[in-house]
Design a protein around this ligand. Structure first.
Ligand code: ATR
Length: 276
């Protein structure tokens, strides 16, 4: 029987997930389809019941439902539990709904795709302490990164993640700016300026060294002001596109058991987003 998958969110029309998953199904000869479904917060309970009744094999969850969906699920994997957020639901063979969070591991795969896996002992500066940052911090810890510092506008929010991880340290954005040369890997995860579409910098990168690796989790635009400034300083940059593609690929693997081709998808999306 044809399998079907979905992404639920509000808004949903700009999601690139349906095109990505449908392209993978076609490429891999899998008889399945993936559709976007607009679900408001008021509709979440009935939407989950509907997806279950109608036999969806799994679905992705995006803003604003990543935390709100948890009470409707039967099980959570360890990382989703720790993060308190789910972006992927799998309907198991027994008909149970299991929630995963593939965002953080998606980021780690993207980073390791770009720069290799031999950086786990290097000093990492995570900039931001919101939902996305929590996910990446826990995933990096789980994957063996052992020197994590979180800098945030509200230091208490960074300290709360450090306390939950039981490792690392928290600092202000100003302290991060002043000690930037001490860090090998820097990850921009704040939403500074996102809402207005007018991206601003959380701090200046004047003290960045050219040996640093600098990543941003935003992929549209591909070159954020943070990455542009890092490139000007000669650093290696990692755009947010790889994270988006890998979080989708990990969800795909949870649903169907195989890992799709991420390199060609990243190249296709990069061309669409105006990169080269
Ligand atoms: P997300 O789910 O994308 O992580 P979020 O949970 O709303 O979004 O978190 C937003 C992050 O961006 C937080 O780290 C926030 O800092 P605070 O904890 O101090 O609020 C950070 N942020 C938002 N606007 C910012 C700005 N103008 N300058 C610096 N940091 C900003």
């Amino acid at each position: 029987m044809k399998k079907w998958f979905a992404v639920i969110g509000d808004p949903i029309e700009h999601s690139k997930s349906p095109a990505m998953h449908n392209a993978w199904f076609e490429e891999m000869g899998i008889d399945a389809t993936y559709i976007p479904i607009h679900v408001t917060s008021h509709q979440l309970a009935s939407a989950v019941a509907g997806l279950k009744t109608l036999g969806a094999n799994g679905w992705n969850v995006t803003i604003p439902h990543k935390t709100a969906i948890i009470p409707y699920l039967d099980e959570l994997d360890e990382l989703a539990q720790k993060m308190g957020a789910v972006n992927t639901v799998v309907r198991t063979q027994e008909g149970k709904l299991k929630g995963y969070n593939t965002d953080g591991i998606g980021f780690v795969r993207s980073l390791e795709d770009a720069v290799g896996t031999d950086h786990k002992n290097r000093s990492v500066l995570l900039v931001g302490a919101g939902g996305a940052a929590r996910g990446i911090a826990f995933a990096m810890q789980q994957q063996g990164y052992c020197d994590l510092t979180i800098a945030n506008r509200t230091v208490a929010n960074a300290q709360a993640i450090v306390d939950e991880m039981g490792m690392g340290r928290a600092m202000s954005l100003q302290e991060a700016e002043e000690t930037l040369a001490d860090f090998s890997i820097i990850v921009q995860m704040t939403s500074a300026g996102l809402a207005t579409g007018n991206f601003s910098m959380p701090f200046s990168l004047d003290r960045l060294t050219s040996e640093a690796i600098v990543a941003d989790i935003v992929y549209n635009p591909l070159m954020t002001p943070f990455l542009q400034a890092a490139e000007e300083q000669g650093a290696t940059i990692v755009t947010g596109l790889g994270m988006f593609v890998h979080q989708g690929a990990i969800a795909f693997e949870h649903w169907l058991g195989s890992y799709p081709n991420t390199n060609s998808m990243i190249a296709q999306l990069k061309a669409q987003l105006g990169g080269n």
